[in-house]
Design a binder for this molecule. Structure first.
Ligand SMILES: Cc1cc2nc3c(=O)[nH]c(=O)nc-3n(C[C@H](O)[C@H](O)[C@H](O)COP(=O)(O)OP(=O)(O)OC[C@H]3O[C@@H](n4cnc5c(N)ncnc54)[C@H](O)[C@@H]3O)c2cc1C
Length: 411
């Protein structure tokens, strides 16, 4: 019998793993329970996604070329989206997940992957292979499928991880509303995305307004200690946006968990975890699409090399390669979240630092092009000086948050 890989979850990570496996001639079956509703998501994607995964830019709703960062006290920093070497490719792509994911899935099918519309209900790993049970979406009895190995690309609640006996990861919650605005109001977000900081909108992450073709997505992230307040925080964000939402019509409210930590292990006997199932969201931005696709690709390549002997020992080449490539970046972004969003004074310092040209270039280079080159000495010295000055200024003369200025009413 031909070697076969089973992938649980046909979203960005799973569909990318499937295309990679099919490119290497391996029989691939995807099991996905939800083919209609979109994955709740802000849909901000770096241009690197389109180059590295050969995707058409027609999937992009808008190219954001400016960002507005607003601190708890209302201090505003406007940033042009530009890397160290400015180019036409300097933008943040805004996509709708229903469009983006559908394209990736369809491409996986065209390349020969089989897509089964069903919910995974059980998974066992034995010395000769994996056996999964699933309930077809069309109803009827549970069915069984066997394969040589499995890739768990099934998101923050990963059933694959559960069936492998792994613990849950600490999770944040992100909630957003999609709001259709009159054309005159939409013009405000033509090519701009906004980030809002403050304890009343996002105590430890950030809140956003991201423009799509015909609406904006307004949302907040809330870390593990604050998830029960997610709706209240979203209400506060809308109050903060105030007149900018006038005439808006709610299209959809959606929420989902985000893993807050990478798993210690992502490779096991005959099994690999990718994307949110492996906890590969980066902390500062909550960005997970690129990382799910990249880990899907790397896991599939590693698996293809070891499909004759898919032991944990062999498959751990995936983990080693991942952390060799991206360990520094994850470590830095984790520190940045702690430093920049730790409390409201730090959020003020963070907003001020976003004005620093060297910080902007480094941030956008690492976000847009996934390059993290060390900054030249001159830039490092300037950044260190500016951080020290911003820290002093905001601690010696703290600013008053907008909510205490009576600029809007909290929920
Ligand atoms: C509100 C919100 C906003 C976000 N904004 C951004 C953003 O702007 N940019 C960004 O890069 N990232 C963002 N993220 C993170 C991003 O959405 C995820 O990191 C990304 O979708 C992870 O992809 P994935 O393929 O690993 O998992 P998912 O996209 O979560 O896909 C998992 C798939 O597995 C399927 N599945 C689960 N259980 C089963 C089962 N039992 N049987 C069959 N199938 C199953 C699900 O239906 C789903 O399709 C956001 C997240 C949230 C919640």
């Amino acid at each position: 019998m031909a070697q076969r890989v089973l992938i649980i979850g046909a979203s960005v990570g799973g569909a990318t793993a499937a295309v990679t496996l099919r490119g290497l001639g391996i029989e691939t079956v995807l099991i996905e329970r939800e083919l209609v509703k979109a994955k709740p998501c802000g849909g901000a994607v770096p241009p690197a996604v389109f180059h590295e995964f050969d995707l058409p830019t027609s999937l992009i709703d808008r190219k954001v070329r400016h960002c507005l960062v607003v601190s708890p006290s209302g201090q505003e920093t406007r940033i042009e989206v530009a890397g160290t070497v400015p180019s036409d490719d300097d933008y943040v792509a805004m996509v709708r997940r229903e469009v983006f994911d559908a394209y990736l899935r369809q491409r996986a099918r065209e390349r020969g992957a089989e897509l089964v519309h069903a919910q995974l209900t059980g998974l066992t790993v034995g010395p000769r292979g994996v056996t999964a049970t699933y309930r077809p979406a069309t109803g009827g009895a549970e069915r069984t499928i066997t394969a040589d190995a499995v890739i768990g690309a099934d998101g923050a609640y990963s059933p694959t991880a559960k069936f492998l006996g792994l613990p849950n990861l600490p999770r944040a919650v992100a909630i957003q509303e999609r709001i259709a605005l009159p054309a005159s109001q939409m013009a405000r977000w033509e090519a701009t995305a906004d980030l809002y900081l403050g304890a009343e909108v996002s105590p430890d992450l950030y809140a956003w307004a991201f423009p799509k073709r015909d609406h904006i997505a307004v949302g907040i992230g809330a870390g593990p200690g604050h998830t029960a307040r997610a709706r209240e925080l979203l209400g506060n964000l809308k109050a903060r946006l105030g007149p900018a939402l006038d005439g808006g019509r709610l299209l959809l409210r959606e929420a989902h968990a985000l893993p807050m930590e990478p798993r210690k292990r992502m490779a096991f006997d005959r099994a690999l975890l990718v994307g949110d199932a492996a906890g590969l969201v980066v902390h500062t931005s909550g960005e997970g699409i690129y990382w799910a696709m990249k880990s899907g690709e790397l896991a599939a390549q590693t698996l293809a090399r070891h499909l004759d002997a898919p032991s944990a020992r062999n498959l751990r080449a995936y983990e080693r390669e991942w952390w060799k490539r991206y360990g520094t970046m994850y470590g830095f972004l984790r520190w940045l979240q702690w430093w920049g969003y730790g409390n409201e004074r730090q959020m003020e310092v963070f907003t001020e630092m976003c004005r620093n040209r060297d910080v902007q270039r480094l941030t956008f280079d690492s976000y847009m092009h996934k390059r993290m080159a060390p900054a030249p000495w001159g830039a490092q010295l300037r950044m260190t000086r500016d951080i020290a000055v911003a820290q002093l200024r905001n601690y010696l003369r703290p600013r008053t948050p907008l909510r205490e200025q009576g600029r809007f009413a909290t929920a």
